[in-house]
Design a protein around this ligand. Structure first.
Ligand code: 0A1
Ligand code: ZN
Length: 897
């Protein structure tokens, strides 16, 4: 449905200030699963900056009961309830509006608005869920103070929570009770939350920097209380970190985290009442892997940091989403890096950086090259929920990081301070943030705006020339977009300001002190040069021998660097670069080159061979004891199948899989003794420690085991994996052992893994998050003894523990197969696509947001080989005729356009 008030496509250029402002709102809830009554009383006033005669309130899936202005019930002729909300004609300039409405949280499978999960009530309002709770000006630039009264049966719902401070509570007749909450800070409706049910909390009291006492709570279902310690520690660390790094203190007396098992995303930063997917709260050593522990720390940090970047200063409209998300992802990345390695241990910090860049390059670069490509600040959308993307979040974080790269940590901090000084309590734009950074650092950042408005991944190609006579080394950088996707091409206006960090390395592997032409003396060994034109040459002087350039150190900008290193040069950088990120990068480039050559031979049916010198380069890293185990693990993981397929002119998942498997087997065979030695040396006997160091040992050890399982005779690996499975005192080791057994079963038959698989299920039957791992491990396996994984997945769909309604479970089986097992999903017979289409249609009827995410696994269909492409198009067209939601339709239509 679209008309002039509710157009199908929403455009940034059409922004208009709200016609009315809300000075305060008071909400009363009578919570009943099948029919919850909401009484909403607002103080409204005409916005002097806008003109409109009537009041249009947004509302969705609501039953209108009544409305009154200044206490007088409105006649039916004065109010019109419709599909998109409520229209009230002829309202005064300032008035109190009371609206009563009803909704049905028990039947709400969308998990947007008010819903029931495991018998408890929860809300999710970002981006536009509040309008499913009551009629409102549900847009982020309408900020107001909320008072919330919750009433519910006391036995079924003993705990009643909302934002801010608890100001009153008590009993009511008929076994009911109430709680009244007041949030002293103005906020937009998307930050509203309520929770009601049978929950218990881990509590801590802490003092913040200014000496104020704060109550911290992590609320969960009673049987999960033993899995809350890590989330609480992460919260305390986040609070301390934001005080230290940014001088930002917790502004409420109480801060609550609540875990819910049915949740569409990771977590939500509702003011003072963060609501989390259980996956990002619950952990102990028996149930959670090292990766889970790290993710929990990052997400707890992320949501907490939103309290300032997102809540105190919010977004004017949803096109500005990256204002809060890019900035907050950058903040959580820095927090995690500091927790790993402190502020100065660059090698430890690099482990986090490498992880983040891997995600960006594998997933965001793909998004930027496909039909959903959009700028960090999009120009238009059909469904805003489809724009919680890798571009807005991860590329947005890279854009924020570039300010810090340009101005240093101190300069970045000055920009942040000015941003809060100017905009605390306001709803603002990405331009406001950029202007604060510019003004605090005395810089004109007009050109930098293009990072927000241009889609696509920039390419920087590099040419170098050394002149021995004058001892000059010139580096010519030129920027462009290559063959950008059409969606990206339309947005391009001109060259970007690209901070390009560079170092030069001499023959002995040492950094050369850098002096640019015109400078009086050398200064440092890494320089951030600023590329602002389409092409520019930078000349280094006093360069006594032909150097090897180390380009884009620490990935100083989200671009693709094109430079023709030889294999020997890459091996040299892998062995010597002082920049740990680029050391890893050199190994990845080397491996990518080899693997793509292998894939081409696989496609042509030629025999596969793998260069000895590449094996030798990897062997040196493996045995280099000066490198941390965590780093060695990252360096020795080959680029993913998804990343490799993305680099091909026409993606061929089967060829990529064959190539990568061949290389893994080759590395397994050539380094067998080394892998065995590593496995023994990095075993971590004794008590489990969740530290980054111990996690590094586990990661390297488990990588060794995975390589050993690739040997033609995996008997050793199977024996070690069985023993490790049996004796593991933590989930990292147990899950890794199970994955290895599943991998070994590809050649040796299902029997190899069945015992451990059954044991795993029985052991953790009561732990839904672990059962998610059980489904995911099976969905991502290679297939056992020739049995296609689609058959295993279809069998698991009928398992009593499977449910399409729980997003974590749907993701663990369906998404794992469709998005994380490319070789099996892209089976030549199209069986994966048929499955995908069925599941998209089934999910669309239950939960459009989750359905839309799944839809995206086929959006890159044009990039594949002709036979696959044709089958994918058929599947997309089939889905196009069947889906109902705006969410899925936007994705399918853009994919087929
Ligand atoms: N603001 C949250 C992300 C989020 C967005 C939408 C949601 O429901 C549809 C839930 C969470 C964050 O960045 O963590
Ligand atoms: Zn966020």
């Amino acid at each position: 449905m679209s008309d002039t008030v509710n157009p199908a496509v929403i455009r940034r250029a059409d922004y208009a200030a709200p016609a009315f402002l809300i000075d305060s709102v008071s909400l009363e809830f009578d919570l009943v699963p099948e029919r919850t009554i909401v009484t909403n009383t607002m103080r409204l006033r005409r916005n002097p900056d806008a003109a409109a005669a009537r009041l249009e309130l947004m509302g969705e899936a609501l039953e209108f009961v009544s409305a009154a202005i200044d206490g007088k019930t409105l006649p039916a002729s004065a109010v019109r309830a419709h599909e998109h909300g409520l229209t009230i004609e002829d309202v005064p300039d300032a008035f109190t509006l009371t609206i009563e409405s009803a909704c049905n949280p028990g039947a709400n499978t969308t998990l947007s608005g008010l819903y029931v999960s495991s018998g408890n009530f929860f809300t999710q309002c970002e981006a536009e869920g509040f309008r499913r709770i009551t009629y409102f000006l549900d847009r982020p630039d309408v900020m107001t103070t909320f008072t919330v009264t919750l009433r519910a049966d006391k036995t079924a719902y003993p705990v009643l929570l909302s934002n801010g401070n608890l100001i009153e509570q008590g009993d009511l007749p008929d076994g009911r009770h109430f709680a009244k909450w007041e949030d002293p800070f103005k906020k937009p409706s998307y930050l509203f939350a309520l929770v009601a049910g049978k929950l218990v909390a881990l509590e801590e009291r802490i003092r913040t920097g200014s000496g104020k006492e704060k109550l911290l709570q992590v609320w969960v279902e009673p049987h999960d209380l033993d899995k809350t310690r890590h989330a609480m520690d992460s919260l305390i660390n986040s609070i301390r970190w934001d005080e230290e790094r940014f001088g930002l203190e917790l502004d409420l007396d109480r801060f609550m985290i609540v875990a819910v098992s049915d949740f569409n995303m990771g977590a939500m930063e509702n003011k003072g009442l963060n609501i989390f997917n259980t996956k990002y709260v619950l952990a102990n050593q028996e149930t959670a892997t090292d990766t889970d522990f790290g993710n929990i720390e990052a997400v707890v940090g992320h949501e907490y940091f939103h309290n300032w970047t997102g809540n105190r200063v919010t977004c004017r409209d949803w096109f500005q989403l990256s204002l809060k998300e890019g900035l907050t992802v950058f903040r959580d990345q820095e927090f995690s890096a500091d927790m790993q390695g402190g502020a100065t241990d660059e090698a430890a910090r690099a482990v986090k950086r490498i992880d983040d860049v891997r995600v960006l390059r594998q997933m965001q670069f793909a998004e930027d090259a496909g039909p959903m490509a959009h700028p960090v600040r999009p120009e238009s959308y059909v469904e805003i929920n489809n724009f919680y993307t890798l571009t807005v979040y991860e590329k947005g974080a890279e854009v924020v990081r570039m300010y810090q790269t340009l101005f240093g940590r101190d300069g970045f901090r000055r920009g942040m301070d000015l941003y809060f000084k100017r905009h605390d309590g306001q709803a603002v734009t990405c331009d406001d943030f950029r202007n604060a950074m510019a003004d605090a650092n005395g810089r004109d950042l007009a050109q930098f705006e293009r990072w927000y408005s241009q889609a696509g991944t920039p390419r920087v190609s590099v040419r170098t020339a050394y002149d021995a006579a004058s001892q000059r080394y010139s580096v010519t950088l030129s920027q462009g977009y290559g063959e950008a996707a059409p969606a990206a091409r339309e947005t391009q206006k001109g060259p970007l300001l690209i901070p390009f960090a560079i170092g030069l390395i001499d023959r002995a592997g040492r950094d050369i002190p850098l002096r640019l032409e015109g400078e009086a003396a050398a200064n440092g060994t890494t320089r951030v040069i600023e590329l602002t034109e389409q092409e520019q040459t930078f000349t280094f002087v006093d360069v006594k021998e032909p150097p090897l350039p180390s380009l884009l150190r620490n990935f100083s900008a989200p671009v693709i660097v094109e430079y023709d290193y030889t294999n020997d040069e890459l091996a040299f950088l892998l062995a010597h670069d002082s920049d740990p990120f680029n050391r890893w990068e050199a190994g990845q480039r080397l491996a990518t080159r080899e693997l793509l050559a292998l894939a081409a031979r696989a496609q042509a049916g030629e025999p596969l061979t793998f260069d000895d010198s590449t094996v030798a380069a990897f062997s040196r890293v493996l045995t280099d004891e000066t490198l941390s185990p965590a780093f060695r693990e990252l360096a020795l993981v080959l680029p993913s199948e998804a990343y490799l397929a993305e680099q091909m002119a026409e993606a061929d998942p089967a060829a990529v899989h064959a190539a990568r498997q061949f290389a893994r087997k080759r590395l397994a065979r050539a380094l067998k003794n080394e892998w065995l030695a590593i496995y023994e040396r990095h075993a971590t006997p004794g008590a489990y420690e969740p530290t980054p160091q111990a996690a590094g040992h586990r990661a390297l050890k488990n990588l060794a085991l995975a390589y050993l399982a690739e040997l033609d005779d995996p008997a050793d690996a199977v024996r070690l994996a069985n023993a490790q499975y049996e004796h593991a005192n933590n989930m990292t080791d147990r899950a890794a052992a199970l994955a290895v057994l599943l991998a070994a079963s590809a050649a040796a038959g299902a029997g190899v893994a069945q015992g451990a698989l059954d044991d795993f299920y029985r052991r953790f039957e009561q732990e839904p998050l672990v059962i998610d791992k059980w489904f995911a491990l099976q969905a991502t396996q290679r297939g056992s003894a020739g049995r296609p994984v689609i058959e295993i997945v279809r069998t698991l769909m009928a398992h009593p523990a499977f449910s399409l309604r729980n997003p974590n479970r749907a993701r663990s089986l369906i998404f794992s197969f469709c998005a994380a097992n490319p070789a099996q999903f892209h089976a030549a017979d199209g069986s994966g696509y048929a499955f995908w289409a069925e599941q998209v249609v089934a999910l669309d009827a239950l939960n459009p947001q989750v359905a839309a995410r799944l839809t995206r696994s086929l959006e890159m269909w044009r990039r594949y080989t002709p036979a696959l492409r044709e089958r994918m198009r058929e599947a997309l067209e089939r889905v196009a005729t069947q889906v109902k939601s705006r969410d899925v339709r936007e994705i399918v239509e853009k994919a087929l356009a």
